[in-house]
Design a protein around this ligand. Structure first.
Ligand code: TRP
Length: 370
Protein backbone atom coordinates (compact mmCIF):
# COMPACT_ATOMS: atom_id res chain seq x y z
CA UNK A 1 0.00 0.00 0.00
CA UNK A 2 0.97 3.67 -0.31
CA UNK A 3 2.01 5.93 2.53
CA UNK A 4 -1.63 5.98 3.64
CA UNK A 5 -3.31 2.85 4.94
CA UNK A 6 -5.83 2.81 2.13
CA UNK A 7 -5.68 2.58 -1.65
CA UNK A 8 -8.16 4.02 -4.15
CA UNK A 9 -7.62 3.45 -7.88
CA UNK A 10 -10.12 2.55 -10.63
CA UNK A 11 -9.17 -1.14 -10.42
CA UNK A 12 -8.29 -1.55 -6.77
CA UNK A 13 -9.87 -0.19 -3.59
CA UNK A 14 -8.59 -1.34 -0.23
CA UNK A 15 -8.54 -0.29 3.41
CA UNK A 16 -10.50 2.12 5.53
CA UNK A 17 -10.70 5.25 3.39
CA UNK A 18 -10.10 8.62 5.02
CA UNK A 19 -12.04 10.87 2.64
CA UNK A 20 -10.47 14.13 3.82
CA UNK A 21 -7.05 12.66 3.13
CA UNK A 22 -8.24 11.36 -0.22
CA UNK A 23 -9.41 14.85 -1.21
CA UNK A 24 -5.89 16.12 -0.49
CA UNK A 25 -4.23 13.18 -2.22
CA UNK A 26 -6.36 13.53 -5.38
CA UNK A 27 -6.45 17.33 -5.29
CA UNK A 28 -10.24 17.62 -5.47
CA UNK A 29 -12.48 20.01 -3.54
CA UNK A 30 -14.75 19.17 -0.65
CA UNK A 31 -18.44 19.88 -1.12
CA UNK A 32 -18.66 22.94 1.10
CA UNK A 33 -21.81 24.37 2.70
CA UNK A 34 -21.48 27.22 0.17
CA UNK A 35 -21.59 24.97 -2.87
CA UNK A 36 -24.36 22.90 -1.31
CA UNK A 37 -26.38 26.09 -0.90
CA UNK A 38 -25.70 27.08 -4.51
CA UNK A 39 -26.89 23.71 -5.77
CA UNK A 40 -29.99 24.02 -3.62
CA UNK A 41 -30.71 27.49 -5.02
CA UNK A 42 -30.13 26.54 -8.64
CA UNK A 43 -31.86 23.16 -8.53
CA UNK A 44 -34.72 24.34 -6.33
CA UNK A 45 -33.94 21.71 -3.68
CA UNK A 46 -31.01 19.63 -2.55
CA UNK A 47 -30.66 15.87 -2.41
CA UNK A 48 -30.20 13.73 0.68
CA UNK A 49 -27.05 12.23 -0.83
CA UNK A 50 -25.54 15.72 -0.91
CA UNK A 51 -26.73 16.71 2.57
CA UNK A 52 -25.32 13.49 4.03
CA UNK A 53 -21.96 13.66 2.32
CA UNK A 54 -22.53 10.59 0.11
CA UNK A 55 -21.45 12.98 -2.64
CA UNK A 56 -18.59 14.62 -0.81
CA UNK A 57 -16.17 16.05 -3.35
CA UNK A 58 -16.06 17.75 -6.74
CA UNK A 59 -14.01 19.37 -9.46
CA UNK A 60 -15.41 22.63 -10.82
CA UNK A 61 -19.04 22.04 -9.89
CA UNK A 62 -19.09 25.81 -9.25
CA UNK A 63 -18.25 26.51 -12.91
CA UNK A 64 -21.10 24.27 -14.07
CA UNK A 65 -23.53 26.16 -11.81
CA UNK A 66 -22.23 29.57 -12.92
CA UNK A 67 -22.60 28.60 -16.58
CA UNK A 68 -26.04 27.23 -15.92
CA UNK A 69 -27.09 30.51 -14.26
CA UNK A 70 -25.95 32.32 -17.41
CA UNK A 71 -28.12 30.01 -19.53
CA UNK A 72 -25.23 27.88 -20.80
CA UNK A 73 -26.18 24.21 -20.94
CA UNK A 74 -24.04 21.26 -19.92
CA UNK A 75 -24.62 17.52 -20.27
CA UNK A 76 -24.25 14.56 -17.91
CA UNK A 77 -22.12 11.48 -18.33
CA UNK A 78 -21.46 8.45 -16.14
CA UNK A 79 -20.80 4.77 -16.68
CA UNK A 80 -20.27 1.27 -15.47
CA UNK A 81 -17.68 -1.42 -16.06
CA UNK A 82 -19.76 -4.54 -16.77
CA UNK A 83 -17.81 -7.13 -14.77
CA UNK A 84 -20.88 -8.76 -13.20
CA UNK A 85 -24.51 -8.31 -12.27
CA UNK A 86 -25.62 -4.97 -10.88
CA UNK A 87 -25.68 -4.62 -7.12
CA UNK A 88 -27.46 -2.01 -5.06
CA UNK A 89 -24.31 0.06 -4.52
CA UNK A 90 -24.01 0.69 -8.25
CA UNK A 91 -27.32 2.49 -8.26
CA UNK A 92 -26.07 5.33 -6.03
CA UNK A 93 -24.46 7.55 -8.72
CA UNK A 94 -27.16 6.62 -11.26
CA UNK A 95 -29.99 7.69 -8.99
CA UNK A 96 -28.17 10.92 -8.26
CA UNK A 97 -27.49 11.48 -11.97
CA UNK A 98 -31.21 11.08 -12.63
CA UNK A 99 -31.97 13.74 -10.03
CA UNK A 100 -29.46 16.11 -11.63
CA UNK A 101 -30.92 15.42 -15.05
CA UNK A 102 -34.43 16.27 -13.85
CA UNK A 103 -33.36 19.40 -12.00
CA UNK A 104 -31.24 20.79 -14.82
CA UNK A 105 -33.11 19.34 -17.80
CA UNK A 106 -30.01 18.11 -19.64
CA UNK A 107 -28.88 15.21 -21.83
CA UNK A 108 -27.25 12.19 -20.29
CA UNK A 109 -24.84 9.52 -21.58
CA UNK A 110 -24.18 6.20 -19.88
CA UNK A 111 -21.07 4.30 -20.96
CA UNK A 112 -20.77 0.52 -20.58
CA UNK A 113 -17.13 -0.43 -20.90
CA UNK A 114 -17.22 -4.08 -21.99
CA UNK A 115 -13.71 -3.70 -23.42
CA UNK A 116 -12.29 -2.34 -20.14
CA UNK A 117 -13.55 -5.24 -18.04
CA UNK A 118 -12.32 -7.70 -20.64
CA UNK A 119 -8.85 -6.13 -20.42
CA UNK A 120 -8.90 -5.89 -16.61
CA UNK A 121 -10.29 -9.31 -15.63
CA UNK A 122 -8.26 -12.34 -16.73
CA UNK A 123 -11.24 -14.70 -16.36
CA UNK A 124 -13.82 -12.76 -18.38
CA UNK A 125 -14.35 -13.18 -22.11
CA UNK A 126 -15.61 -10.37 -24.31
CA UNK A 127 -18.89 -12.30 -24.60
CA UNK A 128 -19.20 -12.28 -20.79
CA UNK A 129 -18.68 -8.55 -20.48
CA UNK A 130 -21.08 -7.85 -23.37
CA UNK A 131 -23.73 -9.96 -21.64
CA UNK A 132 -23.20 -8.08 -18.37
CA UNK A 133 -23.35 -4.77 -20.24
CA UNK A 134 -26.85 -5.68 -21.42
CA UNK A 135 -27.85 -6.81 -17.90
CA UNK A 136 -26.48 -3.63 -16.33
CA UNK A 137 -28.26 -1.48 -18.94
CA UNK A 138 -31.60 -2.93 -17.79
CA UNK A 139 -30.94 -1.72 -14.23
CA UNK A 140 -30.00 1.70 -15.46
CA UNK A 141 -33.15 2.01 -17.60
CA UNK A 142 -35.29 0.67 -14.72
CA UNK A 143 -34.47 3.81 -12.73
CA UNK A 144 -36.82 5.71 -15.04
CA UNK A 145 -34.64 7.54 -17.56
CA UNK A 146 -36.18 8.90 -20.76
CA UNK A 147 -34.72 7.65 -24.08
CA UNK A 148 -35.31 11.11 -25.61
CA UNK A 149 -32.49 12.67 -23.60
CA UNK A 150 -30.59 9.61 -22.36
CA UNK A 151 -28.32 7.37 -24.42
CA UNK A 152 -26.39 4.23 -23.55
CA UNK A 153 -22.98 3.79 -25.12
CA UNK A 154 -21.50 0.28 -25.28
CA UNK A 155 -17.84 0.55 -26.18
CA UNK A 156 -17.50 -2.33 -28.64
CA UNK A 157 -20.82 -1.38 -30.27
CA UNK A 158 -20.13 2.35 -30.51
CA UNK A 159 -16.42 2.27 -31.26
CA UNK A 160 -17.01 3.97 -34.61
CA UNK A 161 -18.22 7.09 -32.79
CA UNK A 162 -15.78 6.86 -29.89
CA UNK A 163 -12.60 6.13 -31.80
CA UNK A 164 -12.00 9.50 -33.54
CA UNK A 165 -12.42 11.27 -30.17
CA UNK A 166 -10.31 8.70 -28.33
CA UNK A 167 -7.56 9.17 -30.91
CA UNK A 168 -7.44 12.93 -30.20
CA UNK A 169 -7.06 12.15 -26.51
CA UNK A 170 -4.58 9.29 -26.92
CA UNK A 171 -2.15 11.45 -28.88
CA UNK A 172 -1.79 13.76 -25.85
CA UNK A 173 -1.33 11.10 -23.18
CA UNK A 174 2.06 9.49 -22.89
CA UNK A 175 2.97 6.22 -21.22
CA UNK A 176 4.62 7.84 -18.23
CA UNK A 177 1.43 9.84 -17.47
CA UNK A 178 -0.68 6.68 -17.24
CA UNK A 179 2.06 4.75 -15.48
CA UNK A 180 2.26 7.41 -12.81
CA UNK A 181 -1.50 7.69 -12.38
CA UNK A 182 -2.40 3.98 -12.48
CA UNK A 183 0.79 2.18 -11.50
CA UNK A 184 1.05 0.30 -14.81
CA UNK A 185 4.11 -1.86 -15.44
CA UNK A 186 5.70 -3.39 -18.54
CA UNK A 187 3.51 -6.46 -17.97
CA UNK A 188 0.24 -4.48 -18.16
CA UNK A 189 -1.64 -5.31 -21.36
CA UNK A 190 -1.75 -2.49 -23.87
CA UNK A 191 -5.56 -2.46 -23.91
CA UNK A 192 -5.43 -1.09 -20.37
CA UNK A 193 -2.85 1.50 -21.35
CA UNK A 194 -5.04 2.90 -24.15
CA UNK A 195 -8.26 2.54 -22.18
CA UNK A 196 -8.36 5.97 -20.47
CA UNK A 197 -8.80 7.58 -23.88
CA UNK A 198 -12.00 5.56 -24.40
CA UNK A 199 -13.41 6.51 -21.02
CA UNK A 200 -12.54 10.12 -21.88
CA UNK A 201 -14.28 10.08 -25.26
CA UNK A 202 -17.89 10.61 -24.06
CA UNK A 203 -16.73 13.82 -22.30
CA UNK A 204 -16.45 15.37 -25.75
CA UNK A 205 -19.39 13.75 -27.49
CA UNK A 206 -21.37 17.01 -27.38
CA UNK A 207 -20.06 20.48 -27.95
CA UNK A 208 -20.86 21.54 -24.37
CA UNK A 209 -19.19 21.17 -20.98
CA UNK A 210 -19.84 17.89 -19.20
CA UNK A 211 -20.61 17.10 -15.55
CA UNK A 212 -19.79 13.58 -14.39
CA UNK A 213 -21.30 12.09 -11.22
CA UNK A 214 -19.07 9.12 -10.31
CA UNK A 215 -17.47 6.96 -7.64
CA UNK A 216 -14.30 8.65 -6.47
CA UNK A 217 -12.22 5.64 -7.57
CA UNK A 218 -12.80 6.76 -11.19
CA UNK A 219 -11.31 10.21 -10.63
CA UNK A 220 -7.80 9.32 -11.89
CA UNK A 221 -9.06 8.75 -15.45
CA UNK A 222 -10.62 12.17 -15.57
CA UNK A 223 -7.61 13.84 -14.00
CA UNK A 224 -5.85 12.83 -17.20
CA UNK A 225 -8.83 13.97 -19.32
CA UNK A 226 -8.84 17.33 -17.58
CA UNK A 227 -5.12 17.80 -18.25
CA UNK A 228 -5.42 17.17 -21.96
CA UNK A 229 -8.80 18.89 -22.61
CA UNK A 230 -7.31 22.36 -23.26
CA UNK A 231 -4.68 20.78 -25.51
CA UNK A 232 -7.41 19.54 -27.84
CA UNK A 233 -9.44 22.73 -27.54
CA UNK A 234 -12.17 21.30 -25.31
CA UNK A 235 -13.64 22.30 -21.93
CA UNK A 236 -12.41 20.33 -18.91
CA UNK A 237 -14.94 17.83 -17.56
CA UNK A 238 -16.41 18.78 -14.17
CA UNK A 239 -16.89 16.00 -11.63
CA UNK A 240 -18.93 15.26 -8.54
CA UNK A 241 -17.73 12.27 -6.51
CA UNK A 242 -19.51 9.78 -4.28
CA UNK A 243 -17.90 7.72 -1.51
CA UNK A 244 -17.30 4.00 -2.06
CA UNK A 245 -20.32 1.96 -0.96
CA UNK A 246 -19.21 -0.52 1.73
CA UNK A 247 -19.53 -4.26 1.17
CA UNK A 248 -21.97 -6.08 3.45
CA UNK A 249 -19.12 -7.60 5.42
CA UNK A 250 -17.95 -4.20 6.45
CA UNK A 251 -15.90 -1.13 5.82
CA UNK A 252 -12.72 -1.28 3.83
CA UNK A 253 -13.10 -1.64 0.10
CA UNK A 254 -16.13 -1.09 -2.10
CA UNK A 255 -18.94 -3.49 -2.68
CA UNK A 256 -17.53 -5.90 -5.17
CA UNK A 257 -19.68 -7.45 -7.87
CA UNK A 258 -17.61 -10.62 -7.70
CA UNK A 259 -18.03 -11.60 -4.03
CA UNK A 260 -21.45 -13.30 -3.92
CA UNK A 261 -22.08 -13.07 -0.21
CA UNK A 262 -20.97 -9.52 0.37
CA UNK A 263 -23.35 -8.25 -2.27
CA UNK A 264 -27.06 -7.62 -2.70
CA UNK A 265 -27.91 -7.89 -6.38
CA UNK A 266 -30.80 -6.03 -7.98
CA UNK A 267 -32.22 -9.39 -9.06
CA UNK A 268 -32.15 -11.01 -5.59
CA UNK A 269 -35.42 -12.49 -4.28
CA UNK A 270 -36.81 -11.18 -0.94
CA UNK A 271 -35.71 -14.26 1.04
CA UNK A 272 -32.19 -14.02 -0.41
CA UNK A 273 -31.96 -10.36 0.64
CA UNK A 274 -33.16 -11.29 4.11
CA UNK A 275 -30.62 -14.07 4.44
CA UNK A 276 -27.69 -12.00 3.17
CA UNK A 277 -28.42 -9.02 5.43
CA UNK A 278 -29.01 -11.14 8.52
CA UNK A 279 -26.01 -13.31 7.95
CA UNK A 280 -23.39 -10.99 6.47
CA UNK A 281 -24.19 -7.32 7.19
CA UNK A 282 -21.44 -6.07 9.49
CA UNK A 283 -22.93 -4.99 12.79
CA UNK A 284 -22.01 -2.12 15.08
CA UNK A 285 -23.94 -3.80 17.89
CA UNK A 286 -22.70 -5.40 21.10
CA UNK A 287 -22.08 -9.16 21.43
CA UNK A 288 -25.19 -9.76 23.55
CA UNK A 289 -28.50 -8.05 24.24
CA UNK A 290 -27.70 -7.11 27.81
CA UNK A 291 -24.53 -5.27 26.82
CA UNK A 292 -26.23 -3.72 23.81
CA UNK A 293 -28.99 -2.27 26.01
CA UNK A 294 -26.33 -0.93 28.37
CA UNK A 295 -23.66 0.44 26.01
CA UNK A 296 -25.66 0.84 22.79
CA UNK A 297 -24.59 0.21 19.18
CA UNK A 298 -22.32 2.14 16.85
CA UNK A 299 -24.31 3.23 13.77
CA UNK A 300 -21.23 4.85 12.21
CA UNK A 301 -19.64 1.46 11.53
CA UNK A 302 -22.86 -0.52 11.14
CA UNK A 303 -23.36 -1.45 7.49
CA UNK A 304 -27.17 -1.77 7.75
CA UNK A 305 -27.36 1.75 9.12
CA UNK A 306 -24.97 2.99 6.43
CA UNK A 307 -27.15 1.52 3.67
CA UNK A 308 -30.14 3.37 5.12
CA UNK A 309 -28.12 6.58 5.26
CA UNK A 310 -26.62 6.24 1.78
CA UNK A 311 -29.68 5.07 -0.12
CA UNK A 312 -32.70 3.48 1.51
CA UNK A 313 -34.02 6.04 4.03
CA UNK A 314 -34.32 9.47 2.41
CA UNK A 315 -36.34 10.87 5.32
CA UNK A 316 -33.93 12.75 7.63
CA UNK A 317 -36.20 12.55 10.68
CA UNK A 318 -36.72 8.80 10.38
CA UNK A 319 -33.02 8.28 9.86
CA UNK A 320 -32.17 10.33 12.92
CA UNK A 321 -34.51 8.40 15.18
CA UNK A 322 -32.97 5.12 13.95
CA UNK A 323 -29.53 6.56 14.67
CA UNK A 324 -30.48 7.69 18.16
CA UNK A 325 -32.31 4.49 19.08
CA UNK A 326 -29.50 2.27 17.90
CA UNK A 327 -26.85 4.34 19.61
CA UNK A 328 -28.73 4.40 22.91
CA UNK A 329 -29.30 0.64 22.85
CA UNK A 330 -33.06 0.97 22.54
CA UNK A 331 -32.90 -0.61 19.07
CA UNK A 332 -31.26 -4.00 18.64
CA UNK A 333 -29.20 -5.10 15.63
CA UNK A 334 -31.93 -7.55 14.56
CA UNK A 335 -34.46 -4.73 14.56
CA UNK A 336 -32.20 -2.45 12.55
CA UNK A 337 -31.60 -5.21 10.02
CA UNK A 338 -35.35 -5.85 9.77
CA UNK A 339 -35.89 -2.19 8.81
CA UNK A 340 -33.24 -2.39 6.09
CA UNK A 341 -34.51 -5.72 4.74
CA UNK A 342 -37.99 -4.28 4.37
CA UNK A 343 -36.71 -1.14 2.65
CA UNK A 344 -34.52 -3.06 0.19
CA UNK A 345 -37.26 -5.54 -0.65
CA UNK A 346 -39.84 -2.79 -1.19
CA UNK A 347 -37.39 -1.04 -3.51
CA UNK A 348 -36.47 -4.22 -5.39
CA UNK A 349 -40.08 -5.24 -5.91
CA UNK A 350 -40.70 -2.11 -7.98
CA UNK A 351 -37.24 -2.16 -9.53
CA UNK A 352 -37.55 -5.75 -10.74
CA UNK A 353 -40.87 -4.99 -12.46
CA UNK A 354 -39.35 -1.99 -14.21
CA UNK A 355 -36.31 -4.06 -15.08
CA UNK A 356 -38.55 -6.54 -16.92
CA UNK A 357 -40.16 -3.69 -18.87
CA UNK A 358 -36.72 -2.32 -19.70
CA UNK A 359 -36.15 -5.34 -21.92
CA UNK A 360 -38.63 -3.84 -24.41
CA UNK A 361 -37.19 -0.33 -24.10
CA UNK A 362 -33.48 -1.02 -24.44
CA UNK A 363 -33.32 -0.40 -28.20
CA UNK A 364 -34.61 3.14 -27.75
CA UNK A 365 -31.75 3.85 -25.35
CA UNK A 366 -28.85 2.45 -27.35
CA UNK A 367 -26.72 5.17 -28.93
CA UNK A 368 -26.69 4.91 -32.73
CA UNK A 369 -23.42 5.61 -34.51
CA UNK A 370 -23.77 8.46 -36.97
N1 TRP B 1 -14.55 2.48 -15.53
C1 TRP B 1 -15.85 2.54 -14.95
C2 TRP B 1 -16.06 1.33 -14.03
O1 TRP B 1 -15.27 0.45 -13.96
C3 TRP B 1 -16.94 2.63 -15.96
C4 TRP B 1 -17.10 4.02 -16.52
C5 TRP B 1 -16.98 4.40 -17.83
C6 TRP B 1 -17.43 5.21 -15.81
N2 TRP B 1 -17.19 5.71 -17.98
C7 TRP B 1 -17.47 6.25 -16.76
C8 TRP B 1 -17.69 5.46 -14.46
C9 TRP B 1 -17.79 7.55 -16.38
C10 TRP B 1 -17.98 6.76 -14.10
C11 TRP B 1 -18.03 7.79 -15.04
O2 TRP B 1 -17.06 1.27 -13.36
Amino acid sequence: MSTEDFVVTPWHVEGDIDYDKLIKQFGTEKISPTILERIRKTAGEDHFMLRRGVFFSHREMDRILEDHDKGKKFFLYTGRGPSGHTHIGHLVPWVFAKWLQEKFDVNMYFQLTDDEKFFAKPDLTLEDTKKFAYENALDFIALGFNPKNTKIIINTRNIQTLYPIAAQVAKKVNFSNTKGVFGFTNETNIGMIFYTSLQSAPCFIEDKPVLIPLGVDQDPHFRITRDIAPKIGKPKPALIHNIMIPALEGPGGKMSASSENGTVYTTDAPNVVKKKINKYAFSGGQPDIEQHRKIGGNPDIDVSYQYLRIFFEPDDNKLKSIYDDYKSGKMLTGELKAILIEKINAFLKVHQEKREKAKDQINDFLFENK
